[in-house]
Design a protein around this ligand. Structure first.
Ligand code: SF4
Length: 304
């Protein structure tokens, strides 16, 4: 059955001149049919550079919005309109405006996991793959507001020593990982290196050997001499890690690390998206142009 759907997707993809982008947290079968799989930073670069007419974005709404902002002349499809990100919805444009009013001289950095409206009100955007770069280039005498993830913001403060005003948002999937889960996994796999995502709570971050974005984890696993890794991020990444490193072992820190929104995309929904050209994601002006400014600044500082 699934091979029939895959054939259908391939045929429709050609017919529509479409490219399929999938986030590292997508179900394995979606990652397998994607033209490009990556983290938010890599996917943003792909969305900005592709010459396809249609981008099928297998991820959540803010990612498809980002693709629509970076490629406004293309048709961007999100196969499941209900695939949102609770963290992105933890701050509204109105709340950010009020915070800016309280700190009129502050510069604003938003995590890419934010709505287009919030990006439009921000000076810089960042992903977990390049979170340290923007803050290090900002003038030292200006206050910095970081939204919406208090955990990624806390990680940036720990790494750079630069204070920021943090919005109290968080990823509801990453905060499910607890120090006890890490300790249990460490006891079970004593030779494994622990790679954790900066969206984890501080009591988990402090137990990690490395704090990395998903793109960073893939690079690290490939180049490391180690053969065993405990992974503290959404479990979808384990599919790519195993595929790219068949000789190495990867263990999830907990089976609870599943983002229900990321798992709303299925092969059937990708086929329907291409067939019916749904759900088209667009970002109206002037939000699109204003949000693009903060994204362009992010893309200008891509770490090698
Ligand atoms: S894993 Fe967390 S940050 Fe990513 S889409 Fe799911 S809820 Fe949002």
């Amino acid at each position: 059955m699934s091979s029939e759907i895959i054939e259908k997707i391939q045929a429709l993809k050609q017919q529509r001149n479409a490219v399929i982008l999938a986030h590292n947290y997508q179900p394995g079968e979606i990652q397998d049919i994607a033209d490009y799989t990556g983290d938010s930073l890599g996917l943003s670069v792909q969305a900005a550079q592709t010459d396809a007419d249609v981008i099928v974005f297998c991820g959540v709404l803010f990612m498809a919005e980002t693709a629509a902002i970076l490629s406004p002349e293309k048709t961007v499809l999100l196969p499941e309109i209900e695939a949102g990100c609770p963290m992105a919805d933890m701050i509204t444009a109105q709340q950010l405006k009020e915070l800016k009013d309280e700190h009129p001289d502050a510069l604003v950095i938003c995590y890419v996991n934010s709505t287009a409206e919030v990006k439009a009100l921000s000076d810089y955007c960042c992903t977990s793959g390049n979170a340290l770069e923007p803050v290090q280039t900002l003038p030292k005498d200006r206050e910095i507001i970081f939204v919406p993830d208090k955990n990624l913001g806390g990680f940036i403060i720990e790494q750079t020593g630069i204070e920021m005003i943090l919005w109290p948002g968080y990823c509801s999937t990453h905060v499910r990982m607890q120090p006890e889960d890490v300790q249990a996994a460490r006891a079970k796999y004593p030779d494994a290196k622990l790679l954790a995502h900066p969206e984890c709570n501080p009591d988990v971050r402090v137990l990690a050997d490395e704090l990395l974005s998903t793109g960073g984890m893939l690079k690290f696993a490939k180049t490391s001499d180690m053969n065993e890794f405990i992974i503290a991020t959404e479990n979808g990444i384990i599919h790519s890690l195993k595929k790219q490193n068949p000789e190495k072992q990867f263990y999830s820190v907990t089976e609870k690390a599943i983002c229900p929104n990321m798992k709303k995309i299925s092969l059937e929904k990708v086929a329907w998206a291409l067939e019916d050209m749904q759900y088209q994601i667009t970002v109206p002006e002037p939000i699109c142009t204003e949000a693009r400014r903060s994204l362009d600044r992010m893309l200008a500082v891509i770490p090698k």
